[in-house]
Design a protein around this ligand. Structure first.
Ligand SMILES: *[C@@H]1O[C@H](CO)[C@@H](O)[C@H](O)[C@H]1NC(C)=O
Ligand SMILES: *[C@@H]1O[C@H](CO)[C@@H](O)[C@H](O)[C@H]1NC(C)=O
Length: 480
C-alpha cells in the first residue's frame, strides 16, 4: 500500500518533470570553469542546480525516473537550431534502444509480468502505434542484412522475453522519430519527399530491441516509408568498431576499470548489507544474488510501476532499491575521477566517431548520400562516446537516449561547415572537449567541423597518452 502511494507520487513527479526545463534532463552538464593555466578536474564547478526542479542532493529516485524516461508530453528540444544563414546538410543519430525487459532474473522470484505485445489502447499510448504495427507486418527480409532478417520487427510476446523491447520502448522511439521529423524534415527539409535509399544510412546491432527501436524511430521519422528503400546493416560489435575492433590497450583499460569498480563495491558496507538482506529474502547465497545483477530487474519493476517481488521471507523494497541505485551513481562519479574509463572510451569510441566524421566530410564535399545516419545501439555504445567527447558530466544513457551530430553549412561562406552535438535534445556542443574553448577564442557562433575532425584524427590520442599519433599506435602501446 505504502509502495503504491509512493509510486503514484513518483509518477506524478515524473509527469511534472516532463514539463520542466530542458536543463533537467542534463543538469550535470554545465560549463566547466577552467583556470588560466589550463583545465584540471579540481577546477570543475557546477552551477547551482535549479532549486525548483533539482533535488538539493543526489536523489536515487529522481535519477531512476530520469533513467526510465516514461513517455509523456512531447519534450522541448534544441535540435535544428542555428542562425538563419546556416543550412542543414546532414544528421547523424546514435540511439540507445528503448525500455526493455530485464536481461537477468532475480533467482527464485516471479518475473515481473509485462506484456510485450503492442496494444494501441493500452498505456503508454501513441497515435501512430497501430499504423506502426500494420506497417511492420509488411516488412520483408530484403530490407535487412543477415542475420537481422531473422528477427521479429516489433515486440510480440504476451510475457516479455529477457531483454525484449516493451511497448514503452516502442513509444519512446516513435516519439523520438516524430520529434526529429518535425525538425529535420518539416522545418529543415533535410530529405526530399522522394528521398532515395542511399540518402539513409541505417545500422543496428543484432539484438531485436535495437532493430525494433531503430524501426520505431524510422517510422516516426518517415511514416509509411517504402520498405524497398530501406536497408539496415548489421553491426556485430556493441562498440560499432567493425573491422577495427582489435585494440589490446582498450581491453587493459577495461580490466583496470572493472577492478576499480570491484574495489569500490567492497568499500560500500550499506551496499553489501543490502545484498545480504535481499539474498536472505530470496534464499540464495549473496554471491549468486549479486551475480544476477538485481538492479537491472529492480529498475524494470520501478519503471513499470510494479511492486518489488516478495517471498515467504519478506519483500524487496524501495530501501534496497535506493541503496543499490545510489551506489550506481557513486560508481559513475568515481569512474569520472579515475579516468580509466576515459582511456577505454577514447579507444572504444574512435571507430564510430571516425565513421561519423568520414560521412560528414563527404557531405561537406557536396555528396548527397548518407545525409541521415541512424545507429541503433546500447548504453555500452553511447556511454563511451559521451565520455570520449568530454561529456563526462552527462548522465548515463537512459532508455531511448539520443545523441545527435548535425552538420551545417554557412550559406554566406559555403566552404565553411559547422557541427552541433545534442544529447537528449540539449545542445552540448560547447561542453565537448573539441569545442569548449571555442567561445573564448572565436567570434563564430558555431563550432567548426575541423575541430571535430582534428579531435577524432589526432587529439583524442594525444589526450590519451600525449604521444600516440593514430588509433593503431594508441591501441598497441605497451602496458598502461
Ligand atoms: C501504479 O499502480 C497502481 C496499483 O498497481 C495504480 O493504482 C496506479 O494507477 C498506477 N500508476 C500509474 C501512473 O500508472
Ligand atoms: C577511419 O576512417 C578512414 C577513412 O575511411 C579509414 O581508412 C580508417 O580505417 C578508419 N580508422 C578506424 C580506426 O576506424
Amino acid at each position: 500500500m505504502l509502495f503504491r502511494n509512493r509510486f503514484l507520487l513518483l509518477l506524478a513527479l515524473a509527469a511534472l518533470l516532463a514539463f520542466l526545463s530542458l536543463s533537467l534532463q542534463f543538469f550535470h552538464l554545465i560549463p566547466v570553469l577552467t583556470t588560466k593555466n589550463g583545465a584540471s578536474s579540481k577546477s570543475r564547478k557546477r552551477i547551482l542546480p535549479d532549486p525548483v526542479t533539482e533535488p538539493p542532493m543526489t536523489d536515487p529516485i529522481y535519477e531512476a525516473l530520469l533513467y526510465c524516461n516514461i513517455p509523456s508530453v512531447a519534450e522541448r528540444s534544441m535540435e535544428g537550431h542555428a542562425p538563419h544563414h546556416f543550412k542543414l546538410i546532414s544528421v547523424h543519430v546514435l540511439i540507445r534502444h528503448g525500455d526493455r525487459y530485464p536481461l537477468y532474473a532475480i533467482p527464485k522470484t516471479k518475473r515481473p509480468e509485462i506484456d510485450c505485445t503492442l496494444v494501441a489502447n493500452r498505456k503508454p499510448y501513441h497515435p501512430k502505434l497501430e499504423a506502426f504495427i500494420s506497417h511492420m507486418s509488411k516488412g520483408s527480409g530484403a530490407s535487412f542484412e543477415s542475420p537481422l532478417n531473422s528477427l521479429p520487427l516489433h515486440p510480440n510476446h504476451p510475457l516479455c522475453e529477457m531483454g525484449e523491447l516493451t511497448q514503452t520502448g516502442v513509444v519512446q522511439h516513435l516519439q523520438n522519430g516524430q520529434l526529429l521529423r518535425d525538425i529535420y524534415i518539416k522545418k529543415h527539409k533535410l530529405l526530399p519527399n522522394d528521398w532515395f535509399t542511399d540518402q539513409l544510412y541505417l545500422e543496428t546491432t543484432g539484438k531485436s530491441r535495437t532493430l525494433q527501436s531503430g524501426l520505431a524511430l524510422l517510422y516516426g521519422f518517415l511514416p509509411d516509408f517504402d520498405w524497398k528503400k530501406i536497408y539496415f546493416r548489421h553491426q556485430p560489435s556493441a562498440l560499432f568498431c567493425s573491422g577495427n575492433c582489435y585494440c589490446p590497450l582498450r581491453n587493459q583499460y577495461l580490466e583496470k576499470e572493472q577492478r576499480r569498480q570491484y574495489l569500490l563495491r567492497l568499500k560500500n558496507s550499506p551496499l553489501e548489507r543490502t545484498y545480504e538482506e535481499m539474498a536472505k529474502i530470496v534464499d540464495i547465497p549473496t554471491k549468486q544474488l549479486r551475480a544476477a545483477n538485481p538492479i537491472d530487474s529492480l529498475l524494470c519493476y520501478f519503471c513499470h510501476n510494479i511492486s518489488f517481488p516478495c517471498t515467504g521471507s519478506g519483500c524487496i523494497d524501495m530501501g534496497h532499491f535506493k541503496v543499490i541505485k545510489m551506489h550506481q551513481i557513486e560508481d559513475e562519479k568515481e569512474r569520472r575521477e579515475k579516468k580509466l574509463y576515459l582511456g577505454y572510451s577514447l579507444l572504444g569510441a574512435h571507430p564510430i566517431l571516425n565513421q561519423t566524421i568520414n560521412r560528414m566530410q563527404r557531405s561537406a564535399e557536396g555528396r548527397k548520400d548518407e545525409i541521415f545516419a541512424l545507429y541503433s545501439a546500447h548504453d555500452v555504445t553511447l556511454s563511451p562516446v559521451l565520455s570520449a567527447l568530454g561529456l563526462s558530466e552527462a548522465r548515463f544513457p537512459r532508455f531511448a537516449a539520443r545523441l545527435i551530430f548535425e552538420l551545417w553549412q554557412d550559406r554566406e561562406k559555403p566552404s565553411e561547415h559547422s557541427v552541433r552535438v545534442l544529447y537528449n535534445g540539449v545542445d552540448v556542443t560547447f561542453h565537448t572537449s573539441f569545442c569548449q574553448d571555442h567561445h573564448r577564442r572565436s567570434s563564430k557562433p558555431m563550432c567548426p567541423l575541423e575541430n571535430l575532425v582534428r579531435f577524432v584524427k589526432r587529439d583524442m590520442f594525444v589526450a590519451l597518452d600525449g604521444t600516440s599519433a593514430s588509433y593503431y599506435d594508441a591501441c598497441h602501446r605497451g602496458e598502461i
